[in-house]
Structures are given as structure tokens and as C-alpha cells.
Ligand binder design. Sequence first.
Ligand code: ZN
Length: 286
Amino acid sequence: MSGPRLATLEGRAIVMWESGHADVARSSAGRWGPDPRTLFDDWDRFREWARGLAPNGDGAPSPDRLGAPVPEPRQVFAIGLNYRAHAAEAGYDTSGLPQVFTKFPSCLAGPVSRVAAVSPRLDWEVELVVAVGRRAERVEEERGWDHVAGVMVGQDLSARDVQLAGASPQWSLGKSFPGFGPTGPWLVDPEDLDDRDDLPIECSVNGEVMQQARTSQLIWSVPQLVARLSAVCPLLPGDLVFTGTPAGVGNRRDPPVYLQPGDRLLSRVGGVGELVTEIVGPPPGA
Ligand code: ZN
């Protein structure tokens, strides 16, 4: 991993390296930050400044102190059924257009988090998440990556009972309980990856590998998603896109497997980092 990565520490934007970090507002004498959201409004210049920065010598904070790298995006897009093997296990046809829903931003959490087992059918979905760095409106696929500030690991936690209740599926609501959107541990510049279109992605529960794939297997690639989404909604700086999950989710196993209090969910994207999500008991009255 080379190059600076954007993270948040106690609500303040920081730039991180393997061995150190720098507080964005202090290092820039207030030109940037500390609110991480404001950096995306002038991403190109911020990126150039951050790449010329050096660590302050305070060391790198441990991941359990970090928050969501983009804590308050204006829009969060999520894509369903974007890996063939997952669409097949879920029993869906993958022809046509990508399936789009939202994870309401209040569900976002940081890289080391606890989530309450609010559902008897709580399920995992590891995903590559991209953050928009430049407004995108009717962008062509060839220019899709130009609008991406960085990538991170995400979990699209899902209450399958809530998601599938009612006459028509409620994807957005069933995937937006508090803590259902762990992200991080930091935002990695796509230029710092060996191949931004082919990253290993996996998740495990209590050490057992449940999902394992590569992002080159996405049916709709990152640039194609930027093109498709921006044909309808302008993508705004700091918006997130959860790009979909590979095969191996819990509710399509035989018998189905769901997350229980005490379980430890590990989500990883090679070259980017990992998330640790601990499942705890439901809150009183839930
Ligand atoms: Zn998903």
C-alpha cells in the first residue's frame, strides 16, 4: 500500500500512512477540514495537497479508533445482484439493468464496530465501496473512474425478514438499521492499487470464509455503474456506491446461516484493508 489514505479520527479528517498520520486541518492551517465531508468539494486540489504531505510522527492510530471515512454522504447508492454467482444463488436473472437501492446514511459505521442483532435473519454482504470525488452527470463509461475519489471496504448488513416483508421487497429499509453499513478502514486512491478493476474480496464469520471473489467479476463494473447512475441522478462529491456482493451470503445456504450475538465478521478487500464487525445482543425492547 503506497500513498496517503483518508480516514477519520474522532470526527476529524486525517491522512494516514503505514507508519503515521497527519490531522488535515492542523497540517493545512485550516485550509482543509476538519469536517471530512468538505474535502470532497475540492477533491482534486485536496488530493494534490495530501500527496505532498508527510506524517507528523505521532504514529498511525489503531483502526478501532477510526470512524467511517465518509460519515455523512448526501447520497448512498447500493447495487443488488452484481456478481453472477450471487444472482444465481438468489434466483434472479442478471440481464437488463443493475438493481439499485439506497442504504440510508444513518446506518453507516466505522471499520471496527458493533452491530445489534435486531433481526433473527441478520446476514452479511461484503462489498467494494467507492466514494465520488467529482460531480458526475451523464458521464460516459470511459470516464467513470475519473469521478472516483477512492475505494474502501463495506458491509451491506441485511435483515432478510424486513428486506423481504410485504408485497414488494423493502431492500433499502431492511439494510439500514443502525450499524448496518460498516465502511473503511480508510479511503484508498485507485491509483495506488495494482489493478483497481481486479481486487480480491472476501468475508469470514468466526474465521470461516463465507464469501471469496474478485471485483473483476462484477457484472456492472465501477465505470459502468458511474455511467448508469449518473444518467439518472447527478453523483455528488462524497456520495458512496456499494457495488454489490459476491456469492456466499447466509440466507442462500442450505440450511441458512444467520449472524448471532458473539459472532465476529471480518470483511476484506486486498490492497485496501479490512473491517471487523462484532455482533451483539439486540437493544431492550427491539
Ligand atoms: Zn449488497
